[in-house]
Design a protein. Sequence first.
Length: 224
Amino acid sequence: MDNKILIAEDEANIRRVVAGTLTKAGFSVVEACDGQDALEKFDEHPDIILVVLDVMMPKLNGYEVCERLRARSQVPILMLTALDGEADEVTGLTRGADDYVSKPFSSSVLVARIQTLLRRTAVGSKENLELGGIVLRYRERLVTVNGERVLMTPKEFDLLYYLMQNKNLVLTRDQILSTVWNADYFGDDRTVDTHIKCLRAKLGECGRYIVTLRKVGYKFECEV
């Protein structure tokens, strides 16, 4: 099947609710009860298309699992957390997560976020880009900076593509949210700022090409 989702959550009641919600939405579900179990289940099911990770889990927490998965796969990762605050969000995004849903959450929001994430990470027939030492190969979902490969989450990849595609043009946060996160995104524009921060860090010296326009948005400023 091409709609299999891994759910890693140590609280059985929450895991059961999430599994039931996704099953009703038409997904196939694989359940894991802790971080180590999540890694093992991921290896057992190579057709998993998305991972839902709880942050606080025994054996390995969600951040550790996320980092290990991202080191070997570009599978979309959505984190469930009772934690609140920009620092926690940045930690997850830096480790490789694509999005967050805070507990408690509604079933409709969870399904909508998953569907949006899957749409945004689907490979399309788009062009390759090369600017200022950054090479982005869309079909391969590959980014190199000065010849060195840079691992990115699907959301970071889409964000970089959108910025580079619109080089030297000012993009508002609303434009970025609407295009990269899609129109049905449930959240605020702080998400854009957090992803930009992580993206700059991964691009190293090329991160300077992403210019902030205070109270407006961002642009990828680079001479061709």
